[in-house]
Design a protein around this ligand. Structure first.
Ligand code: NDP
Length: 326
């Protein structure tokens, strides 16, 4: 029995691979190039150059379908520095999902599919900073194909929603066990220190930017949203296929956070850095964002989540170590 993990070089997937290997599962990881396959993990790599190609997964499944029992599809573009939303966000997300599902249907012995989706398929993102809004795992974002082509954030939201909708359609037609994992902003350390560069992945860049704010810079970026630690996201993938959980869209969020909360933690834990204290030091977020009522998902998963202080500390400490400041 092997588990296929797509996007094995990303931020979340290496933690998934780590937990799977710890439990002695056989893992096949997809990466975009041979160079990226040089990773210190005990798994076999397959090259999938570009998931925008509808046939990207054909040769992999043709070759190894007998081995693959479980598919964990995490690969999807998380890029905000683009103006071509269709080419860089929507097409790879949707074709990637449809491509792997079609390959499963054509060649597979796959018994379980888990898609790493996002809470942006559930929340009305335009109102996600509104503290009076409550949303749940049962909700769908109202974003439309036209409406999502106005900026990269909306493009990303659309890419996740339309890809997820394709998945549910497929699962119904193919009668296959599907679960989606829908995290909010994911913080936490990179699995490998070598993956810490001057820029981190999009969600951790919030912490990285705040860590580099100087006194007088204020609070940039100013977020009011929700967080979950990457280790809990990875664990949720593992627990999901071990428990089965067909038909669930699992909303992963521990709590709300604001940029002021992050600055408060950074200043408390690294006082010698002399970074910005933010407009309301020590008060935390005074304008919290929308509430994600994910009680159902927490109950179903049944393990406690890592708190903000730990997640922010571990993320920042890894960056500071790399910079020789810790
Ligand atoms: P990363 O950008 O770190 O990882 C994305 C992965 O997808 C990388 O391995 C990347 O390859 C691969 N990928 C992207 N585009 C293509 C493409 N066109 N062809 C082949 N491979 C591609 O993001 P995360 O690890 O943070 O995200 C993983 C999943 O989790 C995504 O589906 C994302 O939408 C979802 N998610 C993330 C959240 C977060 O806050 N981080 C929150 C909610 C959901 P390469 O490394 O070569 O670029």
């Amino acid at each position: 029995m092997a588990i296929l993990v797509t996007g094995a070089t990303g931020f979340i997937a290496p933690w998934i691979v780590f937990y799977l290997l710890q439990e002695k599962y056989q893992v096949i990881g997809t990466v975009r190039s041979h160079g990226k396959a040089e990773r210190p993990f005990e798994l076999s790599f397959e090259i999938i150059k570009d998931i925008s190609d509808p046939k990207a997964f054909e040769s992999l499944f043709k070759k190894r379908s007998k081995e693959i029992d479980v598919v964990l599809h995490t690969a999807s573009p998380v890029v905000l520095n683009t103006n071509d939303y269709e080419k860089d966000l929507l097409i790879p997300a949707i074709n990637g999902t449809k491509g792997i599902l079609n390959a499963v249907r054509r060649y597979g012995n796959v018994k379980k599919i888990i898609i790493t989706s996002s809470y942006v398929t559930m929340v009305d993102f335009a109102h996600s900073s509104d503290g009076s809004l409550v949303f749940t795992e049962k909700d769908w974002s109202p974003v439309t194909w036209e409406g999502c082509q106005t900026n990269a954030v909306n493009g990303y939201c659309g890419s996740k929603k339309f890809a997820e909708q394709e998945t549910w359609k497929f699962a119904k037609e193919a009668c296959i066990s599907l679960t989606t994992i829908n995290p909010v902003f994911v913080f936490g350390p990179q699995k490998l220190d070598e993956d810490v560069g001057p820029q981190l992945n999009v969600s951790n860049e919030i912490i990285n930017n705040l860590l580099h704010n100087k006194p007088g810079d204020g609070m940039e970026p100013d977020h009011h949203a929700s967080y979950i630690d990457v280790r809990d996201v990875a664990k949720a993938h593992l627990v999901t296929f071990q428990k089965g959980l067909p038909g669930e869209g699992l909303g992963l969020s521990n709590n709300r956070f604001g940029s002021q909360d992050i600055l408060d933690i950074l200043n408390e834990r690294f006082p010698y850095l002399n970074i910005s204290k933010g407009p309301e030091p020590g008060k935390g977020d005074i304008n919290p964002g929308a509430i994600f009522d994910n009680k159902h998902s927490r109950d179903v998963l049944g393990f406690p989540f890592i708190n903000l202080e730990q997640s922010v500390y571990d993320t920042a400490a890894q960056v500071l170590k790399k910079d020789g400041l810790l």
